[in-house]
Design a protein around this ligand. Structure first.
Ligand SMILES: Cc1cc2nc3c(=O)[nH]c(=O)nc-3n(C[C@H](O)[C@H](O)[C@H](O)COP(=O)(O)O)c2cc1C
Length: 139
């Protein structure tokens, strides 16, 4: 099975309520563990940036479910690549909270100090996530 990485950006909707984030992270972690999907999710009050990696079939199946989720919208594919090795293998879904999305990190990988995943290239989004993973506890 080919290893594949997919990165997308999206925006929360009115269906996203105060308990949604926790529910999404829990669901993602349990489903992903079953499907050998690993990855990372960034969220900053409005926007999501997520990377998922795993077999091509499972990455596509998971992305299809994510695309149909009413809790977010304006889902833009930033990167879809065949890869030789996983980068987020320690996390069924590593969560990066707003506090880690510092002005310094945003400036390093985009044209602005704000977290604006629609204004970042797929390659920069990937590199930013590699930097952010250094701040995550591995599980
Ligand atoms: C921002 C966001 C990220 C998500 N990430 C994942 C994920 O990594 N894996 C996953 O299985 N579901 C993820 N979901 C949830 C799916 O959209 C969907 O609700 C879930 O996969 C349904 O699971 P089920 O088929 O077991 O009911 C995410 C949803 C949102 C809004």
């Amino acid at each position: 099975m080919f290893l594949t990485r997919l990165i997308y950006a999206s925006t929360k909707t009115e269906h996203f309520n105060p308990t949604s984030l926790e529910e999404i992270i829990e669901k993602a972690a349990s489903n992903n563990e079953k499907n050998d999907i690993t990855g990372m999710l960034c969220f900053n009050r409005n926007y999501f940036l997520q990377s998922i990696e795993g077999s091509r079939t499972n990455v596509n199946k998971t992305y299809n479910k994510i695309l149909n989720d009413k809790r977010h919208t304006q889902i833009i594919l930033l990167d879809y690549s065949e890869i030789n090795t996983r980068e987020f293998s320690s996390w069924s879904m590593g969560y990066v909270p707003t506090s880690k999305l510092s002005a310094q990190i945003n400036l390093k990988f985009s044209g602005t100090s704000e977290f604006s995943p629609y204004k970042i290239s797929g390659a920069s989004a990937y590199m930013m996530m590699l930097e952010l993973k250094k701040s995550l506890p591995s599980v």
